[in-house]
Design a protein around this ligand. Sequence first.
Ligand SMILES: N[C@@H](CCC(=O)N[C@@H](CS)C(=O)NCC(=O)O)C(=O)O
Length: 139
Amino acid sequence: MVKIYGHPFAAFYWKVLIALHERNVPFEFLMLDADHPQHGEAVARLSPTGQFPVLIDADHVVIESAAIIEYLDLHHGHAPPMVPADPRAAIEARQMDGIFDDYVMAPLSRMVFNALRDTDKQDPHTITVAQGTLDKSYA
Ligand SMILES: N[C@@H](CCC(=O)N[C@@H](CS)C(=O)NCC(=O)O)C(=O)O
């Protein structure tokens, strides 16, 4: 069974979680939180940027949500692939994936991390820039 390091509030973990459920892939969830310091240590070791989700499939490690989803398409589950097999349709799927990653989830994460910081360390400029990016993306 594959294992996945993530956190229920993490947008990029949800992206992979949707693919796991859509393709009916059984998995073991490894929670990244203070109660499981060994999970954080593993992610720091396995992911060069320290970011998650991280997928473990026996001795295979896959990082980056888009790559994990394509890995699942290839190796696990029985539903149609999340990235279409037709190369032209696949371009459109990867295009939408990139837009949501870079221009929705990334600015959203910056806003959330800003809000989580102590008040004296919060940066209104971060909010203005992220809000502008989100406004453009949603339009
Ligand atoms: N490009 C990465 C982005 C992953 C990402 O930003 N993950 C967030 C959680 S949703 C994270 O690791 N945040 C903690 C950090 O950056 O240290 C992907 O698609 O997997």
